[in-house]
Design a binder for this molecule. Structure first.
Ligand SMILES: Cc1ncc(COP(=O)(O)O)c(C=O)c1O
Length: 455
């Protein structure tokens, strides 16, 4: 049985798929050996989970008969193995920097498998995208001017495919994308530019609900009609990312949120917002709901897309990385602060797993893997988790967690589901600590678990 650090009476155990479960349940000694060898923290990757997440979405899209293009949002994680897994599963890559582009190209992506998003693309990024003949989502009229300035003057070069990114009404305050009036101005400019080809329209919304995407598709549908009336042949609507993930059970998560109180936190303050760790819908069900949703003209989104011969593109990051990684920390010290209050110091920092830097909390209970058998009946302890730096804010969990078995130095604490924007978003070499290792879990010829480099 796995031991969790949790709030008494309101556990948030992570949902685990079979690979992670087998490692944690049956191979604790092996895991200790890996950390002894590779250091703490170490991030463990299961690339095949990303492929299985892609397969679930493809299944829904194929059932609905909708032509589609799934681009994995490379920003979610720096692992090359996850990028390679996405390409291997027939997905493309959504790149938002020159370096993500180069990495995708190094791993074999050709231009047709790449969409470039983001509001602040540099001239160098534009030039390499143009050279690769990648699809570029243009964020603003200003970006369109810059892109045109970077196009080769030789008209025999392939035309550069572009999407225009709409800022839907629901995101009126966002700095991303442009309102319909600016889209129309861009259309006029593209009509006069033979080196550009309008491939379609794009949006990406904050939040993780499907009705807001359905509403945005309705707005886009009107503009697709306008594009066609002006002689363009758009072939794609790209709905961005924001598909949900399920790190913990939905009902358990809701119960936990409802029961939260200031005294659950060492700060005596419940954070104002949390990522929806316990999504109600799987990404596949979310997509099915979206495809069935009616547009203003009464057609379902699936029927609209097929009738109009449009490809539904999407750029999920977090949802594709769901269940694709664990982060393992070694406990360095257990320090008593008061009779019922401890701090667990881990070897590693909150830059490798936490939401405390975003004034929130990673609401998934860490799993304790003791380094030896503990005597039965040892009293539980209550602790919060801190990193090894001298920053007061270097805290992995401000939540008070009760450990059924008192942790000791040398034990491991495992955070599940750290692949999406969690394990390596903030990592750095503060205090000159080396960057944590990232390795892929695989099986050797004898079926034994082994690690392979993530390259
Ligand atoms: C344009 C764009 N597409 C896709 C994504 C991926 O979003 P998610 O990881 O929530 O699916 C993002 C995230 O910021 C984005 O900005």
């Amino acid at each position: 049985m796995l031991l969790h650090g949790h709030k008494l009476g309101a556990c948030l155990p992570p949902l685990l798929r079979s690979g992670a479960l087998a490692l944690l349940n049956e191979n604790g000694a092996l895991l200790h050996g890996w950390i002894a060898h590779h250091g703490s923290p170490t991030h463990l990757i299961w690339p095949e989970e990303l492929q299985s997440n892609i397969a679930s979405l493809k299944c829904v899209l194929q059932d609905s008969g909708v032509a589609h293009a799934i681009y994995y949002g490379a920003k979610a994680n720096k692992s090359p193995a996850l990028l390679a897994a996405a390409l291997g599963a027939g997905a493309g890559i959504d790149v938002s920097s020159l370096y993500e582009l180069r990495e995708a190209r190094r791993l074999g992506a050709d231009g047709a498998q790449i969409v470039a998003t983001g509001p602040a693309k540099t001239a160098a990024f534009h030039r390499e995208l143009i050279a690769a003949n990648a699809l570029i989502s243009v964020d603003s009229p200003e970006e369109l001017d810059d892109l045109i300035g970077s196009l080769p003057s030789d008209e025999r070069e392939p035309v550069c495919p572009v999407l225009l990114r709409l800022r839907p009404h629901s995101q009126a305050q966002s700095r991303f994308g442009m309102p319909a009036a600016a889209i129309r101005r861009c259309l006029a400019q593209i009509a006069d530019e033979r080196r550009l080809r309008l491939d379609g329209l794009h949006f990406h919304l904050g939040g993780y609900d499907w009705p807001s995407r359905a509403q945005a598709i309705d707005e886009v549908a009107g503009l697709i009609g306008e594009c066609r009336a002006r002689g363009f042949s758009p072939r794609m609507i790209d709905i961005g990312g924001g598909l949900p993930a399920q790190y913990v059970d939905h009902d358990v998560y809701q119960a936990h949120l409802a029961a939260q109180a200031p005294e659950d936190y060492r700060t005596r303050e419940v954070p104002a917002s949390f990522y929806p760790y316990g999504g109600r819908l799987s990404a596949a069900t979310w997509l099915r709901c979206l495809l069935r949703a009616p547009l203003a003209d009464g057609r379902s989104i699936a029927d609209y897309l097929t009738d109009e011969g449009l490809v539904l593109a999407m750029e999920p990051g977090r949802a594709l990385a769901d269940h694709a990684a664990l982060s393992v920390f070694r406990v360095t010290r257990v320090k008593a602060l008061a009779c019922d209050a401890h701090v667990l110091f881990v070897e590693g920092s909150s830059f490798s797993a936490c939401e405390t830097w975003f004034r929130s909390e990673f609401l998934v209970d860490p799993i304790l893997i003791p380094h030896d058998a503990r005597p039965a009946g040892a009293p539980p302890i209550r602790a919060y988790l801190a990193g090894h730096s001298c920053l007061d804010d270097d805290v992995l969990s401000n939540r008070w967690l009760t450990f059924p078995v008192a942790p000791q130095a040398g034990d491991l604490l495992v955070y599940a589901n750290t692949a999406g924007y969690q394990m390596d978003l903030l990592e750095n070499q503060f205090h000159r600590h080396p960057m944590p290792n990232r390795l892929c879990v695989a099986q050797d010829g004898k079926g034994q678990l082994t690690l392979i480099p993530d390259t």
